[in-house]
Design a protein around this ligand. Sequence first.
Ligand code: DX5
Ligand code: ZN
Length: 226
Amino acid sequence: MNPIKIAPSILSADFTRLGEHVSEAVAAGADMIHVDVMDGRFVPNITMGPLVVKALRRVTDLPLDVHLMIVEPERYVEAFAEAGADTLTVQVEASPHLHRTLQAIRALDVRAAVALNPHTPPVMIEHVYDLLDQVLVMTVNPGFGGQAFIPATLEKVREVRRQVEARGLPIDIQVDGGIAPDTAGQVVKAGANVLVAGNAIFGAPDVAVALHALRDAAQQALLRSV
Ligand code: DX5
Ligand code: ZN
């Protein structure tokens, strides 16, 4: 399995001092920065666009992991790539031509990823594994930070891990939503290696303490499971 990576989600950051707050996560050892793009159509909420990605690109060299919770994501992949995204994740439910969209992302020299909502079965991505660098198993319904982890998604993480192992591909398995020290162990044991956390990191009084607590919980669970 690929090493454990922690991806703080800026959705829960203090937007009045975004650069500074992100820099705290970078200094604390974050592996990437997760950026939640919402359009008020695919999800009820509206957040940010390429301008914010471009601004973040100036404050860190860490990979920018951009999660597109938008309809017609193929219309925007180029703009986000130009803004500095390193990974572009599209929601399978928003991508009727997923294969073409993933090809378009890779053609931009960006890592390609796909996200599955809690109700979406992993079989939906069965024929695109060779175009994927990362699979995101949503562990809440997308749209808002601070929601409760949905335990039924664990079985999907296991299934995606089985599919990835069967193909021998170096695909990261990411989880997003309700990830905190108390849920990190379960998702890691199920096979996830990239943990997105918004509230648990940027909602905490001390970003570094919170990030270390999350990483420790994940690594401890992994050690116990071998
Ligand atoms: C939810 C977003 C998440 C969000 C997670 O729609 O995709 O990335 O920031 O927030 P927490 O970690 O607070 O559940
Ligand atoms: Zn996200």
